[in-house]
Design a protein around this ligand. Structure first.
Ligand code: HEC
Length: 265
């Protein structure tokens, strides 16, 4: 790979990691900028002192206090949800606020940003009409960041030139996202996208939840689904299964590709 291309990819990778796990507050002209930021649970915030004067980040209830000499930066990881106000102990009129989302809000935010925020890991357009957006985004988090549904139900899983297993900047295959067609142990994964009535894989919510809890094949009475990790997924809470269903009803309809592909390709 030539060096320009390599530089391009390292910038892509940098922006991906910054978009999900870090935030920066500049201390400049005797102000914290941005003064208010919202981060996910577990994210780190870095303060950089760009002034010629010493400053500090001192939490109002003294949970922390760090002095920063000119040019110095410090990072702090936020593992507790809530709103944290702070000031500079040398210049108390300088104030700032860190808002840390709770665990559910963090997951909803990540589920949304994978689809909506650059660099889009999954560039699809969701149909949110008549749905609770936070349920849909929670479903996105479970499907895309936890359960790996696209590994088995998208053919191929990643867009051309965006396969992370080849060291490329990750992007899911949006064109046939969750449209099935992956060959696994003699089976072909089915299309999970909404049918003409808006039902994912043609299933009602009750049928979908029964399938994930019991492994019952909805098309062949008495048959148990193979390969599909329903014994694992079936342990999720009702809320989580409802969120997955809400998400699957919101994704674009897509046709199953006819070219064969194998798992995780
Ligand atoms: C390890 C691969 C794998 C993963 C991961 C996986 N599936 Fe499947 N899934 C399959 C296969 C293979 C089938 C077909 C099984 C059969 O017919 O025996 C299937 C079938 C299904 C069906 C039945 C559809 C129908 O009409 O018959 C649904 C619904 C489904 N999967 C949803 C999901 C969801 C939602 C996820 C993520 C939460 C997921 N799957 C993750 C492999 C997988």
């Amino acid at each position: 790979m030539n060096s320009l291309l390599r530089l391009f990819f390292s910038i892509c990778l940098l922006s991906i990691s910054f978009s999900v796990s870090a935030a920066t507050v500049a201390i400049q002209n005797f102000a914290f900028t941005p003064a208010v930021i919202t981060v996910n649970l577990g994210d780190s915030v870095t303060w950089i002192n760009k002034d010629a004067a010493p400053h500090s980040t001192t939490q109002t209830d003294n949970l922390w206090s760090n002095d920063l000499t000119p040019g110095q930066s410090i990072s702090r990881e936020f593992t507790t949800a809530g709103t944290f106000t702070y000031h500079c102990r040398f210049h108390p009129s300088m104030t700032g606020t860190i808002k840390v989302r709770n665990a559910d809000q963090s997951r909803i935010n990540i589920g949304q940003s994978m689809i909506a925020a650059a660099p889009k890991a999954l560039p699809i357009k969701l149909n949110l009409a008549g749905k609770v957006a936070s349920d849909v985004y929670m479903g996105s988090y479970i499907v895309n960041a936890q359960a790996g549904c696209a590994n088995c139900h998208s053919c191929p899983t990643y867009a051309a030139g965006h396969n992370p297993y080849n060291g490329e900047a990750k992007q899911f295959n949006a064109a046939s996202y969750l449209a099935g067609g992956v060959q696994i142990e003699g089976l072909v994964s089915p299309n999970l996208t909404p049918d003409a009535n808006g039902k994912p894989a043609g299933l009602t919510r009750a049928e979908f939840k029964d399938l994930l809890r019991s492994g019952h094949d909805p098309d062949v009475p008495g048959r148990t689904l193979q390969v599909m990790p329903w014994p694992i997924f079936g342990q999720m809470s009702d809320n989580d299964l409802n969120a997955i269903y809400a998400y699957l009803t919101s994704i674009p309809k897509a046709v199953t590709p006819t070219t064969a592909c194998t798992i995780g390709q």
